[in-house]
Design a protein around this ligand. Structure first.
Ligand SMILES: Nc1nc2c(ncn2[C@@H]2O[C@H](COP(=O)(O)OP(=O)(O)OP(=O)(O)O)[C@@H](O)[C@H]2O)c(=O)[nH]1
Ligand SMILES: [Mg+2]
Length: 215
């Protein structure tokens, strides 16, 4: 993409996310999923990685998705309509986190099935944004999810979060390591997005990446 095209993609995406966006529904179980009438883009990642915060930054609406310092805040699949709610352009899906060791075992199991079944089986899911904490890089549980997505040929894109929490040199190092991982992954988008919901870093580019996923 040329610089002009990237600029245009960012501007188009900015306008879309400045328009109407509304909470649609919460699905604690696959049988409560909304009718698959719009393309979906999902936010997945370890517990506390910053999924709900990133969704809020993306839509420029604080408090649209509920965030918390305590892991395990989001416990259901939460759907948000972008565009005219009667005919949404797309739906954003805020997911429960995985890998939260201190959650009760039956809850962990329930979330794992919900996450895996949704990601693997949802025909309207156009792309999964797989969030990785800049401070920690890719962990074992992330490898498990990536393998599952690769095996099921579900397109995903890695997004580093909380970039404001690390020094520029550390960010460059974690980005390098993560890029090496991505190259080996068949279903992963070849580029990395570096973001901070707190500082707004990478958010315009992430908006463009979400819109790009709809093609
Ligand atoms: N400094 C900083 N803190 C962040 C950023 N993004 C999220 N946080 C903080 O990280 C914590 C977790 O954020 P959430 O958005 O709730 O994380 P989540 O991935 O939705 O968590 P679960 O729903 O529990 O899986 C909150 O205290 C946020 O304020 C960021 O870019 N920078
Ligand atoms: Mg959350």
């Amino acid at each position: 993409m040329s610089e002009d095209e990237q600029f245009e993609a960012i501007e188009t995406a900015r306008k879309i996310f400045a328009g109407p966006i509304a909470f649609l529904k919460s699905a604690p179980d696959l049988k409560f999923l909304p009718d698959p009438v719009a393309k979906e883009v999902a936010f997945a990642g370890r517990s506390n990685v910053g999924k709900s915060s990133l969704l809020n930054a993306l839509t420029n609406r604080n408090g649209l998705a509920r965030t918390s310092n305590t892991p395990g805040r989001t416990q259901e699949l939460n759907f948000f309509d972008v565009g005219d709610p009667a005919q949404p352009l797309l739906r954003l899906v805020d997911m429960p986190g995985y890998g939260y060791a201190r959650a009760p075992k039956d809850m962990v199991r329930k979330w794992r099935f919900l996450i895996n079944d949704y990601l693997r089986g949802r025909a309207v899911l156009k792309r999964t944004l797989l969030l990785i904490d800049s401070r920690h890089g890719i962990k074992e549980v992330d490898h498990d999810i990536m393998k599952m997505l690769d095996d099921a040929a579900v397109s995903y894109r890695i997004v580093l979060t909380k970039a404001d929490k690390v020094k520029a040199s550390e960010l460059a190092a974690v980005a390098d390591r993560t890029m090496q991982e991505i190259r080996k992954r068949p279903a992963a988008h070849p580029d990395l997005l570096m973001t901070s919901s707190e500082k707004g870093m990478g958010i315009p580019e992430l908006r463009a990446a979400v819109i790009d996923a709809l093609d």
